[in-house]
Design a protein around this ligand. Structure first.
Ligand code: UDP
Length: 445
């Protein structure tokens, strides 16, 4: 089943005060050229994670620009998410491979779900298909000539598991173009398909990103158990292997030796249905925290003192420093959000974080927990440096990582595929050798 996410529209003028010169004019011009078309976004969850975050704001903004836009969420059997989480991990570099049974669930469920896109012509002209969860759908839909679909991959594909890449790449060929967050994520074997490099962005108007005033931020973090008289550092991320919660705790422990009384908040409220590993991860990280009363692991949505977006906002505002100690990160919207609030950031030297942060200017990039611990001490002991870095971080986001720029890039990609002539309509799966791929699992990527 597909669920349509119900959203309203947002006047585009609301964005104008936040945007760099020229962006609004360019976006409005491109949107007015495309106002006859119907745009559809499809993904696997309306709650939790970066893609849901983007779409929740992008659809109302598109409508505010006079575009017809809808968002549909896949509703497969729970077993599907177990498989797609495995695919997510493999594509981000985990060892192992997809079993035949997993592949059967993945392709079989997608085929069943694609039935609900029957009669889809009533739904859209340009389809934005987000992430591997919806990748196998397009091959089962009878597309008409005028339709275009772009597959948007939000993952860090810098070192993907070769066997999984080999399994999945043929499915990309049922699309008219591919979108990756960074140049370095473009896999071999795209076989001349149009590729667009489009980094994500945040919505400056969302309740999460309109920086909370410091007093209410303090009230909220205090309700989480934080002593607001003492310094606090934070990471806002799902409880996920790649977010390195253990490294966050290690860095905090190092810093606490030089900054007595330091506290840590790790905010990872579990909502995403497509993340079945979270519960196991939480108990693992709880054990690693060894009952330290100054480590606050926040995960239970039912015990929050305010709506989750307000809690995220408060934590990012109230923290002296925000960490994003990921070891893989497609982009890292949590980092962008903290930067937009002018909070200094220490982030893993990987993926999209490397792209967002200019090391030493708009934050610090680190390769180890020891390094993260050292920079934590530096920033905690030098508030003037911390505020200079926070201001530079905010300006970097304003120039490059706000939602209207992302929409402009999506629309340009759609426009390019509309102008490119005959689409790839229901073409047969290309043979692996035609993709320039070896079937051997040990090939480098
Ligand atoms: N987030 C949230 N509640 C939490 C933790 C994270 O709403 O408890 C949000 C966070 O603010 C960000 C998104 O989830 O908007 C995470 O996006 P990101 O790109 O950092 O990581 P992903 O989860 O997509 O890997």
């Amino acid at each position: 089943m597909f669920n349509k996410v119900q959203l309203l529209q947002r006047p585009f003028d609301d964005y104008l005060p936040h945007l760099p010169l020229g962006l609004a004019d360019e976006l409005q011009a491109v949107a007015s050229n495309l106002h006859d078309l119907r745009f559809v976004h499809v993904n696997s969850t309306s709650l939790g994670g970066g893609v849901a975050e983007i779409l929740r704001s992008m659809i109302p903004m598109m409508r505010g620009l006079g575009l017809k836009a809808d968002w549909y969420v896949l509703q497969p059997h729970e077993s599907y998410f177990g498989v797609t989480k495995h695919i997510h991990n493999l594509l981000q570099g985990q060892d192992g491979r997809l079993s035949n049974d997993e592949m059967d669930v993945y392709l079989g469920q997608a085929e069943a779900e694609a039935r609900y896109l029957g009669g889809h012509e009533a739904m859209g002209d340009v389809w934005f298909m987000h992430d591997p969860q919806v990748l196998p759908l397009s091959q089962h839909v009878q597309w008409s000539e005028h339709e275009r679909r772009l597959w948007i991959c939000h993952l860090d594909l810098s070192a993907p598991n070769p066997s999984t890449l080999t399994d999945l790449l043929p499915l990309t060929h049922y699309h008219d173009g591919l979108v990756f967050s960074l140049e370095s994520y473009v896999p071999p074997g795209t076989n001349g398909m149009p590729v667009h490099i489009i980094p994500p962005a945040i919505d400056p108007l969302s309740s999460k990103n309109q920086a909370a005033d410091p007093a209410s931020a303090k009230r909220i973090v205090s309700a989480l158990g934080v002593d607001t008289q003492r310094p606090m550092v934070a990471q806002v991320s799902r409880f996920d292997v790649w977010k390195d919660p253990w490294g966050v705790i290690d860095a905090y422990r190092i810093a606490r030796e030089a900054v007595p009384g330091l506290q840590l908040v790790y905010l990872g409220v579990v909502q995403a249905k497509d993340d079945p590993e979270a519960a196991e991860m939480i108990s693992n990280v709880q054990e690693y925290a060894e009952g330290d009363p100054d480590i606050h692991l926040v995960h239970d949505a039912d015990t929050l003192p305010a709506p989750v977006d307000e809690v995220v906002n408060a934590v990012q505002v109230a923290a002296q420093v925000v960490l994003q100690k990921s070891t893989r990160e497609g982009f890292g919207l949590s980092a962008t959000e903290a930067m937009w609030k002018g909070t200094p950031l220490i982030a893993g030297n990987v993926g999209g974080l490397k792209y967002q942060i200019v090391h030493g200017e708009s934050g610090y990039l680190v390769d180890s927990s020891e390094e993260a611990g050292r920079y934590l001490v530096e920033l905690l002991k030098d508030p003037e440096l911390a505020s200079r870095m926070g201001a530079a971080a905010k300006e970097r986001v304003r120039q490059h990582f706000l939602l209207p720029r992302l929409l402009l890039d999506y629309l340009k990609a759609a426009q390019a595929s509309l102008e490119a002539g005959t689409p790839v309509v229901n073409s047969p799966v290309p043979a692996m050798q035609d993709l320039g791929l070896s079937l051997a699992a040990d090939g480098g990527c």
